[in-house]
Ligand binder design. Structure first.
Ligand SMILES: [Cu+2]
Length: 111
C-alpha cells in the first residue's frame, strides 16, 4: 500500500512543466545589482547560457551596457526589475552600467 504512494509522490516530484518555455532548460546565471555593483561581477558560462540581472537596490536605477558591442544596453532597470541576455557566441563580454561607468562586470562564454 505504501509503495504505490511513494511512487506517485516521486512522480509528482518530477518537473512536468520542464520545456514548456523556450530556453528554460538552458542554464541561467543570476546577477544581483546592489550597492552600485554587480554580484558576482565575473561569470563564466557556456554558449547558450543566459545571464539574468536583477536590480535589488532600494531606489537607484541601473542598466547593463556592453560598450564593445556598439553600446548594446538594457533599458533602465528600476528596483525589482530584471533583464536577461543569452550568449550565443564564445568570447569575453565586459560590461558596465550606463549611468554608473564605475560599475564593472564581465562574462566569459566558452564552447
Ligand atoms: Cu548603475
Amino acid at each position: 500500500m505504501w509503495l504505490p504512494l511513494l511512487c506517485s509522490a516521486a512522480l509528482t516530484g518530477m518537473p512536468p512543466a520542464r520545456g514548456d518555455v523556450a530556453g528554460e532548460t538552458e542554464p541561467v546565471v543570476d546577477v544581483s545589482i546592489e550597492n552600485y555593483s554587480f554580484r558576482p561581477n565575473e561569470i563564466a558560462l557556456r554558449i547558450g547560457g543566459t545571464v539574468r540581472w536583477t536590480n535589488r537596490e532600494k531606489r537607484t536605477s541601473h542598466s547593463v551596457l556592453f560598450p564593445v558591442e556598439g553600446g548594446l544596453e538594457s533599458e533602465r532597470l528600476f528596483p525589482g526589475e530584471r533583464w536577461q541576455r543569452t550568449f550565443t557566441q564564445a568570447g569575453t563580454y565586459p560590461y558596465t552600467c550606463g549611468p554608473h561607468p564605475e560599475m564593472k562586470g564581465s562574462i566569459v562564454v566558452s564552447e
